[in-house]
Design a protein around this ligand. Structure first.
Ligand SMILES: [Zn+2]
Length: 98
């Protein structure tokens, strides 16, 4: 399955998906207000789309600031219930000289 969607629980009856079937599922998700291309995931509390809070991160090596910075996601926040979700470095940009 090249278009596997991790947000969708693959039920047995949609094993043999056709393009028509995919379109039907997408329409259903839209109807249910499910955003299937939200790359930041959803709030574990209320299910709303999480939003990233960006920060500028300084590079420290052995306690010394190298002068380089990168943009990174500090944490994700739910715009509805304000619950914070911690993230790893997977959203970090490349280090660059300031
Ligand atoms: Zn929430």
């Amino acid at each position: 399955m090249s278009d596997y969607n991790p947000w969708y629980d693959p039920a047995e009856e949609i094993k043999e998906q056709t393009e028509h079937e995919n379109a039907r599922i997408k329409a259903h998700m839209k109807l249910m207000h499910i955003n299937d291309d939200n790359k930041y995931g959803r709030c574990g509390g209320c299910g709303a789309d999480l939003e990233p809070v960006w920060c500028e991160e300084k590079e420290w090596i052995n306690g010394t600031y190298t002068g380089r910075v990168r943009s990174n996601v500090n944490y994700l926040i739910c715009p509805v219930c304000l619950k914070k979700e911690c993230v790893d470095d997977s959203f970090a940009g490349p280090w660059r000289n300031k």
